[in-house]
Design a protein around this ligand. Sequence first.
Ligand SMILES: Cc1cc2nc3c(=O)[nH]c(=O)nc-3n(C[C@H](O)[C@H](O)[C@H](O)COP(=O)(O)O)c2cc1C
Ligand SMILES: [Mn+2]
Length: 526
Amino acid sequence: MQNEENQNLKDNRMAKRDGLRGFIGGMNKSGEIQTRDLSKRKNRGAPKSSLTRNTRDQSIRGYLSKLERAGEIVCIEKEVDPQENMGAIQWRAYDELGKATRFKKIKGFPSWQACSQIFTDRNKWALGLNLTPEEILQAMSKKLKNPIEPELTSGPGSPCKEVIKTGDEASLLDIPAVIQSERDGGAFISAGMAILKDPDTGLRNVSIHRMQVFDAKHSGFILLPRQARRIHEKYLKRGENTPVAVVVGAHPAIFFGSAYTTSFGVDELSVAGGILGEPVRMVRAETVDVEVPADAELILEGEILIGEQRYEGPYGEVPGTYAEAEDAEVFRVTAITHRKDPIYYSLHSGLPTTCAQATTGFGIEIATMEHLSKVEGGMDIHDVRVLPTGGLMLLIIKLTPKVEGQAKTALMAALSGPYLHPKLAIAVDDDIDASDLRQIMWSMTTRVHAERDIGMINNTRTFALDKISPIAEGGGQFERVGTKWFIDATKPALSHPEKRANFDRANPKNFSSTNLHDFLPKDVLF
Ligand SMILES: Cc1cc2nc3c(=O)[nH]c(=O)nc-3n(C[C@H](O)[C@H](O)[C@H](O)COP(=O)(O)O)c2cc1C
Ligand SMILES: [Mn+2]
């Protein structure tokens, strides 16, 4: 009995994550999932209203406090070891409890704390960005259209400069970088937001790059063919090293901005400002000509070296498999600045579910929703989900198909959206919770006639880390060509009401008006 209850509790917690909710539980009449109304819980750190939002905090600390008040984070007082067990603890805490982790005592790093798995699902992102899970995709689209430029503040007294180490004092070995997956080539600084400046225009770019710690002064620096690489190549042409400041631990809006794909020349810190509703406060770095967010936990200043490559990897990557070891760019540190009691963001990558899937995935959801709003003059799209289980390659669209074939148009558009990652797109109807794998599987068996409802597009570019897609002839390990495919698991369209009704769910009588909790014994904790 006890075991059964424990199992139920565990199932309940599981349900909060990758869409394993009760099959029909938690739905209102229209089939929309009812997410917990956080605003009704006292002192739970939920957003009050847009007018009373505190936009002054630009650190990661306010968000960690909110996670704590909302019961979304476990605090580990026992000593942990970044080389041995931090990776497993942080991963399991989310997998088994659905929670982020705060580490209070780290072996070998007495003045440091760490946090992990803090952006693993939509609820946590909503908490961090002061939005509700229901409004988040539309609200973010709007905010992304209204960037606010960062502003320079005076340096002294900035939290990120409480400790300044330059020259021999600046050592990467002083940072509690974690060995995450079993076969990782070493410890990685995994949540570094690299700020680069275009040498021609002075325009700033911010993006996240994994950095394998090689020694006190050097780390790897993986540069996929995106905007940071474009800027790095400009410095290469000039025969110069690329100056860079890497930020670890800042407000969720800043972290989101650095992981979001925008047009070349758009400053991701302006994107972050738009989300915050005020300029990001910046200070000048010590040894490179770059500005950094004043309220950050940790800054690594340095340069990406010209003409130097080192063997890097393997690394447990976002699909949940390893990126092979290969030659990669090298970063050399010139200064390290941090708070006097820094909180290191130990971002876990690798096997789902981690921040690695739920961060880029969240960006893909917003961009896909926006992209689909322009297709067929706008369709009736209710939700877009990049479920972490799919390692960024699975995308679910929830829509009401008005006419036959419309879901397939949406699916094709979704597979050629702004991001390359989605490989399998599945359309579900408006009575399905698009975050619930059980409901998705049910739709796929009961509403899919495979011959009609499945499509494949061969020989298309696929996600750089999708190892099942072969490497393009003559390309590097990140250039892949494969097959994108889609499944239309919607009901017949609104234009065929009788056929459509034929696929209605056989819901229990009065299920939406019957509240299970009214009938449960009062002393049972749920
Ligand atoms: C956790 C995480 C790790 C990432 N690691 C890398 C990396 O090592 N190399 C890389 O080129 N991109 C990496 N990315 C992707 C880029 O940071 C991301 O696509 C960014 O938006 C690119 O910025 P850009 O549009 O300015 O080029 C990572 C993203 C996340 C969320
Ligand atoms: Mn960019």
